[in-house]
Design a protein around this ligand. Structure first.
Ligand code: AMP
Ligand code: MG
Length: 362
């Protein structure tokens, strides 16, 4: 798996930071800029910013010398996320991905570097997960969103029709011309399982290009981490664990320079006739997942962690663990409830702390 340092595009990144520096000089004048430079001698302090972006609570925590040096890069990072939302959101009718789903049937369409990168990564994870992760899931997502609204299950015929349009092998990417072709008219792309992780990566890259090294980006549970806070071993991250043991004795890890993402049905699910169906869908049968639980993945970058966390929610546990073991720098912690019993699993590279807590608490 390639890391974002080598492969991920960074359009506008340097430009955005240069704009920020220029705005800083112009808006504050030279004297206060000199004052700011002197302030850099002071130890950096934590600053937190949050906004609703990509349909979730997006939080940036960073270390900087003062409020100005913290807020300008943070705003530039939010601007970058906003730009990505315009490209990747399935909820914006004029987003690039929505227009692509309408236009790219049997004709190769040129797309932005960002969209191409996310689709390329999506196809890699689809292949590795044998289709458990599939961004052509859109028609099924629409059905299950309607089910959550009406509290009624989709009809079998509706599921069969939508499922027929879901298959990542019907996406053709051409890296030479940076084009995308969709093989079926009824296909609909949905990047909900991967776009937030990518946005978190890009926000962190932008902060780094502005000279901010210690930062945490939390895109609603998809977390990307920069260097550790000054003088600390890392960022304290509490692992989402919906089991009773997880609530009683939560496991906390100290991490830096990695990404960590959790997928699960804790918040978005529909209950019909006593059965709970998740917003995460198994492309193999078109059904919302019924085994409740969560999958947490640590990976070198957010795009990988986000996509893998969704894939591992769908896959049977042994297959999911095999998949993360095969990816360099990836590790997973899976919580599942099957037949009323909660169980915890972790891959070899996952930090031992969580297992130790479960051994003591279970
Ligand atoms: P996440 O919270 O990252 O696991 O993403 C869940 C979202 O991804 C859902 O709300 C859908 O938009 C989409 N999705 C659901 N099932 C799948 C799947 N099997 N593969 C890819 N995307 C999915
Ligand atoms: Mg995901």
């Amino acid at each position: 798996m390639t890391s974002r340092e080598t492969n991920s595009p960074s359009p506008l990144r340097r430009g955005a930071c240069l704009r920020w520096l220029l705005a800083l000089v112009l808006s504050l004048g030279l004297t206060s800029t000199v004052r700011n430079l002197l302030a850099r001698e002071q130890p950096p302090k934590p600053f937190e910013f949050s906004l609703t972006r990509m349909g979730t609570f997006f939080r940036i925590t960073l270390y900087a010398a003062n409020q100005t040096e913290a807020s300008k890069p943070a705003m530039a990072a939010f601007e970058r996320v906003e730009q990505l939302e315009d490209l990747l959101s399935a909820h914006r009718q004029d987003s690039e991905v929505v227009r692509l789903s309408r236009a790219a049937v049997l004709v190769p369409r040129p797309v932005s570097q960002d969209l191409f990168y996310v689709l390329d990564k999506s196809l890699q994870i689809s292949r590795l997960s044998g289709g458990a992760f599939d961004v052509t899931i859109g028609p099924l997502v629409d059905l299950w969103r309607e089910a959550r609204r009406t509290k009624r299950l989709p009809r079998t015929t509706e599921i069969a029709k939508a499922k027929a349009a879901v298959d990542y092998r019907n996406i053709e990417l051409d890296s030479q011309g940076r084009t995308v072709l969709l093989r079926r008219k009824d296909m609909k792309l949905d990047l909900g399982a991967i776009a937030k992780g990518y946005a978190a990566d890009q926000a962190l890259d932008l902060l780094k290009s502005c000279g901010i090294q210690s930062a945490l980006i939390d895109a609603g549970g998809d977390i990307t981490l920069g260097a550790a806070p000054p003088g600390k071993a890392g960022w304290k991250i509490a692992i989402d664990d919906p089991s009773p043991q997880g609530k009683e004795a939560p496991c906390t890890l100290v991490l830096h320079d990695v990404a960590i993402a959790t997928s699960g049905d804790a918040r978005q699910a529909v209950e019909v006739n006593g059965l709970r169906y998740s917003h995460i869908i198994d492309p193999a049968n078109g059904m919302g997942l019924q085994d409740s639980g969560s999958a947490t993945v640590i990976a070198p970058d957010g795009i990988t962690a986000d996509a893998l966390a969704t894939a591992l929610s769908v896959l049977p546990v042994p297959e999911g663990l095999r998949l993360v073991e095969s990816i360099e720098g990836a590790a997973a912690y899976i919580v599942r409830r099957t037949g009323g019993e909660w169980r915890h699993f972790s891959s070899r590279r996952f930090p031992q702390e969580c297992n130790d807590i479960r051994k003591r608490g279970n």
